[in-house]
Design a protein around this ligand. Structure first.
Ligand code: SF4
Length: 326
């Protein structure tokens, strides 16, 4: 049976043999609508993980790139020029939003230039940050070129921040500091999103009052995800069941009454639904519970690299990956 997503192009040649009055039909071509596998469509949003380094050490972190430690010992990240070339490649695709992530992207000294360059190329710009380095001076330097900031906040309980590893040398971001940082973001007319990873440490918490105060446009709530080679060391202590995750969602549903959109991503929706670039400039996917990397985009180009990874557009849409971001 032919799927509705296939377009069958056929040409029928009718040959009439006048002698015996026989009609012969030949199907001369059969061309699938999309040559790539059906679940490998490009999505319009990409996450560029610039940087392996982070000032925090969250135990569930799934961007440690420890699976490629030998490679990273030789070359930990791309140069500024190489990153700009990758942005050139991205802007030639049907991609309209770029999210700079890490590690911690604000540790990258030329992040501001990357944001400005992406904006000039017509992309919607976003960063995902733990917020530790976020300040007025940094925001002023952007001159309105950053469209979105996502803050990663799993808890405002100091003990739990330490337990999770959201700290640097015992210093963590307090509730008041978070409130100040969100105020700065909003004063600069930057759109604000919140990310929370639900795990065994924070699963029973209630963040409703805090979230109402900071009022993100979108609140992504993730179920902590094991990725082989990224977070093997501690992940077993942090895993939660689907039921525990669903309970967390249910408990916080109330915030939707205040105009905050909850975006729920359980382990299934987080798998295969992101288009991602690693700090070496390779596309990668997580469909098999570990990372599968393409060759470098700088060596083979974006389109060839894309053929080497899997991406499920249906899941991207299902996890509300498509929204009004510009
Ligand atoms: S702040 Fe983000 S990048 Fe840094 S360790 Fe935590 S999860 Fe990983």
């Amino acid at each position: 049976m032919v799927s509705f997503e296939l377009y069958i192009k056929y040409m029928v040649i009718l040959l009439r043999y006048r002698d015996n009055d026989v009609f012969c039909f030949y199907i001369t071509s059969y061309v699938p609508f999309e040559k790539k596998p059906m679940n490998n469509d490009l999505v319009p949003a990409i996450n560029f993980h610039l940087w392996k380094y982070c000032n925090f050490k969250c135990k569930f972190c799934f961007a440690t790139y420890e699976d490629e430690s030998e490679l990273y010992n030789l070359k930990s990240h791309l140069s500024e020029n190489e990153m700009l070339k990758i942005i050139d490649e991205i802007s030639e695709q049907k991609i309209t939003k770029i999210t700079f992530a890490g590690g911690e992207p604000m540790l990258c000294k030329w992040l501001t230039n990357l944001i400005k360059y992406s904006k000039a190329k017509g992309l919607t710009t976003m960063i995902v940050t733990n917020g530790y380095l976020l300040n007025e001076k940094w925001l002023q330097n952007l001159n309105g070129t950053l469209d979105w900031i996502t803050l990663s906040i799993d808890t405002i309980d100091s003990k739990n921040q330490i337990k999770i590893g959201r700290e640097t040398k015992g210093k963590y971001i307090s509730e008041n500091d978070f409130l100040e940082k969100v105020k700065l973001i909003k004063n600069h007319n930057i759109r604000f999103k919140l990310n929370t990873v639900v795990n065994s440490v924070n699963r029973n918490e209630n963040l409703i009052e805090f979230v109402k105060k900071i009022k993100p446009e979108r609140w992504k709530i993730f179920q902590v995800l094991p990725i082989e080679g990224q977070n093997d060391l501690y992940i077993n202590q942090l895993l939660i069941s689907k039921l525990e995750y669903d309970n967390y969602l249910k408990r916080h549903k109330e915030v939707e009454k205040y105009g905050i959109e909850i975006v729920a991503e359980d382990n299934d929706l987080m798998t295969g639904s992101y288009l991602m670039i690693d700090p070496q400039g390779r596309l990668y996917d997580n469909v098999n519970g570990k990372y599968n990397y393409s060759q470098s985009i700088l060596e083979i180009g974006f389109n060839k690299a894309r053929e080497q990874i899997s991406l499920n557009k249906r899941k991207f849409v299902e996890r509300k990956g498509l929204y009004e971001w510009s």
